[in-house]
Design a protein around this ligand. Structure first.
Ligand SMILES: [Zn+2]
Length: 154
């Protein structure tokens, strides 16, 4: 799932947590659960615009990161300031699983290899179906909108 969607879930869930530590953990867990739902971003690996897997992943992650930054600014401006630490901890927790995976791809560290396998396996644990790019957007855009509504109205 796109990092923007994960961040939205982390921010929304974080607001309901009693501490920033719980918000971070809840964000992390929400990422692993959301990844189990087919979400149609496998197309990135067939993206013809860039030659290597590393280039494709990096460009996609940078575009997605811009989405996270833009949405985080929006969420901060449209929610209660007292919720800010929980929201940010939730976002950090929700982004961490993909950041760890990115760290593995960059370093190929054996310490992170088990994690990479676990993260990958989680994607196909419940559903074997793969969505198209369009189906992925049809799922994730309303999800971000719904979570934004929760963030703004809690
Ligand atoms: Zn993930």
């Amino acid at each position: 799932m796109y990092i923007t969607a994960h961040a939205a879930a982390g921010a929304a869930i974080g607001q309901f947590m009693p501490s920033v530590l719980f918000a971070f953990i809840a964000g992390f867990v929400s990422h692993l659960i959301l990844d189990m739902i087919p979400h149609g971003d496998e197309w990135i690996k067939d993206w013809k615009l860039f030659r290597t897997k590393m280039q494709r992943t990096t460009v996609a992650a940078l575009i997605d990161l811009c989405g996270v930054i833009a949405m985080t600014i929006y969420w901060i401006n449209h929610s209660d300031v007292s919720q800010l630490p929980y929201m940010l901890a939730g976002i950090a927790g929700a982004i961490a699983p993909d950041a760890l995976w990115g760290l593995y791809e960059l370093t190929k560290s054996p310490i992170l290899k088990w994690y990479k396998i676990m993260h990958r396996t989680g994607h196909y644990l419940v559903f074997k179906t793969r969505l198209t790019v369009i189906q992925g957007f049809i799922l994730q855009i309303p999800l971000v909108i719904a979570l934004t509504w929760i963030i703004m109205n809690y």
